[in-house]
Write a protein that binds this ligand. Structure first.
Ligand SMILES: O=c1[nH]c(=O)c2[nH]c(=O)[nH]c2[nH]1
Length: 307
């Protein structure tokens, strides 16, 4: 919220960060489900008086925000996507409090995955996976919505079909050109959906969970290529672009994609002393590093979208 106070521009927001909640659903057929969410809320509201006049009468206590997370989780009698839960919270804060104009809700879901025992999905057993599903929603009092989802910590690597050639060579360049290297990264992706009001989102409460799986599959399938032949990557930049483009081409209600793909280098190992070579690199022994790493990021959106 922006105000003019004492001749200054003043902007403020307040919220509660990292509220951890888990919700279990117990089906009558014996199958149980769990989600674990880490929720951060930020409210845009008329409460400048608390900053400048010691008047807290327009403040939603951040402790109340925390309690609301548990109350709303309790109310969710049916399993729902992390996006839907974030939207529910945003709707609550903007409709319940006269003072609140907009709510920003960010959630990171912990990747509990149903375990299989003897090839059978377990009714109530879960193990922790790796990459995390994220969302950020902005809900306005009017019902206007900005909905973004994401994935973080999606670590992928391929042992061949990657190279890097034709880059600028100058007096500081030592990197050899190559058509054979390991390509490894940890993808952080965010994508925005086209739904622009809380009333226009799909009815299915797990719709965005399914889309999350779809986007992840497109990202990884494009990174790796077909199982036998793979696909050649001339640079992280090129692979990133193909990944983002394929998401937009395959998933109609996604309007923009942002990807961050650090280049986690696997350096060739060559060791020798005065007399002989101890290890001669033959595309076999590498020194994995993550510091320093290349940092490559880009965003791609449909050019006709209003975003
Ligand atoms: O795919 C790459 N992109 C770069 O920009 C770059 N720079 C570098 O040193 N190696 C690589 N690899």
């Amino acid at each position: 919220m922006a105000n003019q106070i004492d001749g200054f521009n003043f902007e403020q927001r307040h919220g509660k960060a990292r509220v951890r909640v888990a919700r279990v659903w117990r089906n009558i057929d014996g199958r149980q489900s769990i989600v674990e969410w880490n929720v951060s809320i930020s409210l845009l509201s008329n409460c400048a008086a608390s900053y400048v006049n010691d008047d807290n009468s327009d403040i939603v206590a951040t402790d109340t925000m925390k309690n609301t997370v548990y109350a709303k989780a309790k109310e969710c009698t049916e399993q729902l996507s992390v996006e839907n839960f974030a939207i529910e919270l945003g709707k609550h804060f903007t409709s319940y409090y006269r003072q609140v104009h907009a709510a920003i809700v960010k959630i990171v879901e912990k990747p509990w995955e149903r375990i299989s025992v003897d090839g059978q999905p377990h009714e109530h057993g879960f193990k922790l996976g790796s990459e995390r599903h994220t969302t950020e929603v902005v809900v306005q009092k009017s019902g206007m919505l900005k909905l973004t989802s994401g994935v973080e910590g999606l670590a992928v690597l391929k042992t061949t079909k990657s190279g890097f050639e034709g880059f600028i060579r100058d007096k500081y360049t030592i990197l050899p050109e190559t058509r054979e290297r390991i390509l490894a990264t940890e993808v952080t992706g965010t994508w925005r959906y086209s739904y622009e009001s809380v009333s226009s989102i799909p009815q299915n409460l797990l719709y965005f969970t399914q889309r999350y799986m779809d986007v992840k599959k497109v990202l990884t399938d494009t990174f790796f290529g077909p199982p036998k032949e793979g696909v050649y990557s001339p640079s992280v930049q090129s692979t990133l672009f193909q990944m983002a483009k394929t998401v937009l081409n395959r998933i109609p209600d996604v309007t923009s994609v942002q990807l961050k793909m650090p280049n986690l280098h696997f350096l060739p190992v060559n060791l020798s002393n005065k007399n002989n070579s101890i290890v001669k690199f033959e595309d076999d022994v590498y020194l994995p590093t993550d510091e320093p790493h290349g940092s490559i990021e880009a965003s791609l959106s449909r050019y006709w979208s209003k975003l």
